[in-house]
Design a binder for this molecule. Structure first.
Ligand code: SAH
Length: 236
């Protein structure tokens, strides 16, 4: 008799422990994310509420390899394998704010990496296209984005130098690897009035984050801040 009652009770206790641990694990990351947005992003001047909300929602720790999870919300880039990195949270916020996305717009990202920047974009708009040149990263990020719930993000494995013509023109283009020059196909695929943000410079030198705007068919570019990104590589 006793045994019959104790078995389900043990199960209940176990379930309670698992759920409590699970919730406090998620709460811990929520707290870290709140601090990240407050101290690294808002206090440095990012004001767009769409960007702040998106960065408060995306579970950045899910985009970080387990061995680096303790650094998921730290104020620096983190390795994601294959010699690549997920950008520093502030840089993701700054680039997203600079392209000034409005609901209903379409964006192209070059350099999917972990998929984090794409997820931040997907919190703001529905049409997110992203290209990754490293096959393994592209596949794992497509899977990760789907599993977390960012099902509408379209990932393509290719050399992003040529953009993604089929879905062009784009209201915004975000390039997350440092290019030696602005790829002309990306300029061509930018909508009139559209904005592109791209780090420009050589691998071992100071690169500049450049904001490009297309107005009356002409290009105007402005350097924003010095940055350090992984290089934009080229396919064969
Ligand atoms: N946005 C990413 C960080 C990217 S790191 C994130 O949120 O995690 C830069 C990425 O650009 C790397 O994954 C690198 O493989 C990719 N990359 C470099 N050159 C590229 C190219 N020509 N086309 C597409 N992706 C490229």
């Amino acid at each position: 008799m006793l045994k019959k009652v104790s078995a389900p009770k043990t199960l209940q206790v176990l379930l309670f422990i698992v759920l409590t641990l699970g919730f406090s694990y998620q709460d811990k990351f929520k707290g870290l994310r709140f601090d990240m947005v407050k101290h690294q992003i808002k206090e440095r001047g990012i004001k767009d509420s769409k960007v702040l909300d998106a960065m408060s929602k995306v579970p950045r720790h899910e985009f970080i390899p387990k061995s680096y999870i303790s650094q998921a919300y730290s104020d620096h880039p983190v390795p994601i394998g294959y010699g690549q990195t997920i950008s520093q949270p502030y840089i993701v916020a700054l680039m997203t704010e600079l392209v000034d996305l409005q609901r209903g717009e379409k964006v192209l990202e070059i350099g999917t990496g972990s998929g984090y920047q794409a997820a931040v974009l997907a919190e703001i708009i529905d049409s997110v296209y992203t290209i990754e040149i490293i096959k393994e990263l592209g596949h794992s990020s497509a899977e990760r984005l789907k599993n977390i719930g960012y099902k509408k993000v379209k990932v393509k494995i290719a050399d992003g130098y040529y953009g993604w013509k089929e879905h062009s023109p784009y209201d915004a283009i975000i390039v997350t690897a440092a290019a030696e020059h602005i790829p002309p196909p990306l300029i061509a695929q930018l909508k009139e009035g559209g904005k592109m943000i791209i780090p420009v410079g050589h691998q071992f030198q100071v690169q500049n984050l450049v904001l490009v705007e297309k107005k009356d068919g002409k290009i105007r570019s402005k350097s924003i801040i010095p940055v350090r990104f992984v290089p934009f590589t080229r396919g064969e």
